[in-house]
Design a binder for this molecule. Structure first.
Ligand code: SF4
Length: 332
């Protein structure tokens, strides 16, 4: 399986290289791997070990990403590989993101056939962090677009902006995990000293990508007060628009936080109420109340999309509320 020379790096003295794909900007000695585990220095050149290699492939409901306002009720072929440029304390997918596992070969030419084999709206890069898979995305996303299908990213949004700009023209929708609102949070929770997710969210939005945001609420890392959650919602409303869908997700023990209890339900409801003051579409994930997964008109409260688990009943066909005529934010 091909190991190819990576994009985005600089050669330094003494055979070292500096990877410039993400703001971690790892400087690597001969035979050293980057923090993401999948880019390495060999003979003074940077290579990627995951090109055309996948750990996971499935047809998922688009709601699972989660994307609630992009082609609701549809299914999308989803692929992932190894590696991540973060090390989040409660990573759900650490088995593939923070270690190297056996992988299957999925050559770029096969993508055309695979996305047409199933009833899929397109291709989603997900499960691990797709930005570190840039070489494969930039070679396969154009094929998906040639087939008239959609390209979706599920990402932490931390990538140097010149690299993001290279794939932006091919991206239709993205769910971005917004972990915190400052550098300190990213350092503490994700071991990332210089996050640039906020700039990249604006870049995605400015370039016409449909953006939804997920925020996992983690005991011991997030503050449980209204002012704290107000900061997220206000920033999203002011920078991306009040119609940006916002998914608040309840933490359950995982990875390095196995002894941390789940987020109290009352904190989830409080965060929901605060966010609703600024944003039109707020959802609660991992909460045992289906009402918080359905979509209601922000103006009149009419039920627009009913979701029970991944069962989706779409009660609208365009971006206008059938009850009051309010302009909605969906891509059909
Ligand atoms: S993509 Fe990987 S190797 Fe490159 S700077 Fe980021 S963590 Fe380091």
């Amino acid at each position: 399986m091909p190991v190819i020379e990576a994009s985005y790096y600089e050669k330094l003295d003494n055979g070292k290289v500096k990877c410039t794909l993400c703001p971690r900007n790892c400087v690597l000695n001969e035979n050293q791997k980057g923090f993401c585990l999948v880019r390495f220095n060999k003979n003074g050149k940077l290579f990627t070990s995951i090109y055309e290699e996948i750990t996971s492939i499935a047809i998922d409901p688009i709601e699972k990403k989660p994307l609630y306002h992009f082609k609701p009720g549809s299914y999308i072929l989803s692929i992932g590989t190894n590696g991540c440029n973060l090390d989040c304390k409660s990573c759900q997918n650490w088995q593939i993101a923070r270690q190297i596992t056996p992988r299957e070969y999925l050559p770029k030419e096969a993508i055309r056939e695979v996305i047409n084999r199933y009833d899929s709206i397109g291709l989603c890069y997900t499960y691990n962090e797709p930005s570190i898979w840039l070489e494969y995305i930039k070679d396969t996303a154009p094929i998906v677009k040639e087939e008239g299908k959609d390209v979706v990213l599920v990402s932490n949004g931390i990538i140097n902006s010149n690299a993001l700009k290279e794939i932006l023209p091919f991206i239709d929708a993205a769910n971005i995990d917004l972990k915190g609102m400052d550098k300190e949070y990213y350092l503490k929770f994700s071991a990332m000293p210089n996050p640039n997710v906020w700039d990249n969210l604006i870049l995605l939005k400015e370039n016409g990508v449909h953006v939804e945001i997920t925020k996992l609420i983690v005991p011991g890392f997030d503050e449980f007060n209204e002012k704290y959650f107000e900061r997220f919602a206000k920033w999203i409303a002011e920078n991306l628009g009040k119609d940006t869908p916002f998914h608040l997700s309840r933490f359950f023990p995982a990875y390095k936080l196995l002894n941390t209890p789940p987020t109290p339900l009352e904190v989830m409801y409080m965060a929901y109420e605060v966010s609703k003051e600024y944003l039109e579409y707020v959802y609660l994930g991992n909460v045992p109340d289906e009402r918080f997964n359905s979509t209601y008109c922000p103006n009149c409260g009419a039920l627009l999309i009913k979701r029970i688990g991944y069962q989706v009943e779409v009660l609208i066909s365009d971006n206008i509320c059938p009850n009051c005529g309010y302009k909605l934010n969906f891509v059909f």
